[in-house]
Design a protein around this ligand. Structure first.
Ligand SMILES: Nc1ncnc2c1ncn2[C@@H]1O[C@H](COP(=O)(O)OP(=O)(O)OP(=O)(O)O)[C@@H](O)[C@H]1O
Ligand SMILES: [Mg+2]
Length: 360
């Protein structure tokens, strides 16, 4: 199986990094350093190449090094994307992306070609937070897994904004809702189908990863669509909820209200799992995402693990790394404690200090 493999990364004025070029290992890259030195920044820059957005709640300008006019991220890929060069320039005015030196239009195919999976501490919201965090998890995976997802997702979002606008008018003109109901049902059915397919493909991988890392017992990941079924069912649900929606001023039924449930031994993990168990669940979900994306894209995704070991006990940490060693693919791991990363061989150690990087 081919893999997404970053052979060279260059950054200019990205966050606290003035300038750097690294040549990562095709397997494990361990990025260590003290708090606030720039480890997460480095991972963030790689993630931006794959998804064109940050995993932090940041604006584009937050990523320019303080005082700099623009920032540049350049990645050269090997293996299945051999020779592909992606260069992103971000400034106060906007963003420019070049692939192999040419201006590029980024559609679903781009994200499908460069699947990347990130785990970062904020992802604990996938278990601890509300349904929105879990939908975001599914959506981000699907932007990479399915070439047509982005289009369906955008069209659905537009239709819902239009429907909500009409729902707020008085007196309500029900017939004006019709064209938007049809659009919602049509794009919504696509979304539900693709989410369903993703969760079915991730489920066994999730259960296996949970078993191997935590051994907490039987665990499950279950998709809970707000409306079960396809076009007809969504259409019907929209019709049935018109009065309620009109009173509330927004659309209540449809995949924008879907959820995903994690259970350990039959108990909802959001309410009952411990901190370490919740972290294990999110990691297992990310590992499942990696395996599922491998199937749907035909290449092993690049895996970015930010501060993965904290809160895991020694056994879980060791099992996690045993498991990762067997997965294949390129991995970047940040840590403040390099001795927490029990990986033998096949690794390059980078040491980050105040935005500068050295190879150990
Ligand atoms: N736009 C920016 N310009 C300059 N410095 C920035 C910018 N954005 C963030 N920083 C700096 O980057 C540093 C944080 O980097 P980062 O989050 O990568 O740290 P870290 O090494 O991951 O630390 P930790 O171990 O605590 O997670 C902070 O010192 C912050 O002030
Ligand atoms: Mg960090």
């Amino acid at each position: 199986m081919g893999r997404v493999q970053l052979d060279e990364l260059s950054l200019v004025d990205f966050r606290n990094i003035r300038s750097l070029t690294i040549k990562p290992s095709p397997r494990f890259n361990i990025v260590s350093g003290r708090n606030g030195m720039g480890k997460t920044n480095l991972l963030e820059s790689i993630y931006i190449i794959g998804s064109m957005r940050s995993f932090r709640q940041s604006r584009r300008v937050d990523m320019l090094r303080r005082g700099a006019k623009e920032t540049r991220i350049r990645g050269r890929f090997g293996d299945i994307c051999a020779g592909m060069v992606c260069e992103i320039t971000m400034g106060h005015e906007g963003r420019q992306v070049k692939i192999d030196g040419k201006g590029a239009h980024l559609d679903g195919r781009y994200f499908h070609a460069l699947p990347m999976v990130i785990f970062h501490p904020g992802n604990l919201a996938i278990v601890q937070g509300g349904p929105e965090a879990r939908r975001r998890f599914l959506d981000r995976a699907l932007f990479q897994a399915e070439i047509s997802y982005q289009e369906a997702y955008r069209s659905y979002g537009k239709a819902i904004a239009n429907r909500n606008r009409i729902l707020k008018t008085r007196p309500l003109d029900k017939r004006a809702l019709d064209p938007f109901d049809e659009q919602l049902a049509s794009h919504g059915a696509q979304i539900v189908m693709m989410r369903e397919r993703l969760v079915i493909s991730m489920s066994p991988l999730f259960e296996e990863a949970m078993e191997r890392i935590g051994g907490d017992g039987q665990s499950r990941m279950t998709y809970r669509p707000k409306v079960e079924g396809g076009f007809d069912e969504i259409m019907c649900a929209l019709r049935e909820t018109i009065e309620k929606d009109s009173a509330k001023g927004y659309t209540t039924a449809g995949p924008h209200a879907d959820d995903l449930v994690f259970e350990v031994n039959g108990l909802d993990a959001r309410k009952f799992a411990s901190q370490g168990q919740q972290r294990t669940i999110v990691l297992a979900a990310k590992i499942a995402e990696t395996g599922s994306l491998e199937k749907s894209t035909g290449r092993t995704p690049l895996l970015l693990l930010d501060d993965v070991s904290s809160e895991l006990d020694r056994d879980r940490n060791r099992h996690l790394f045993d498991f990762l060693a067997g997965l294949g693919g390129q991995v970047f791991i940040t840590t403040t404690h390099v001795d927490h990363i029990p990986i033998e061989g096949d690794r390059i150690d980078f040491f980050v200090e105040n935005g500068s990087i050295a190879v150990n």
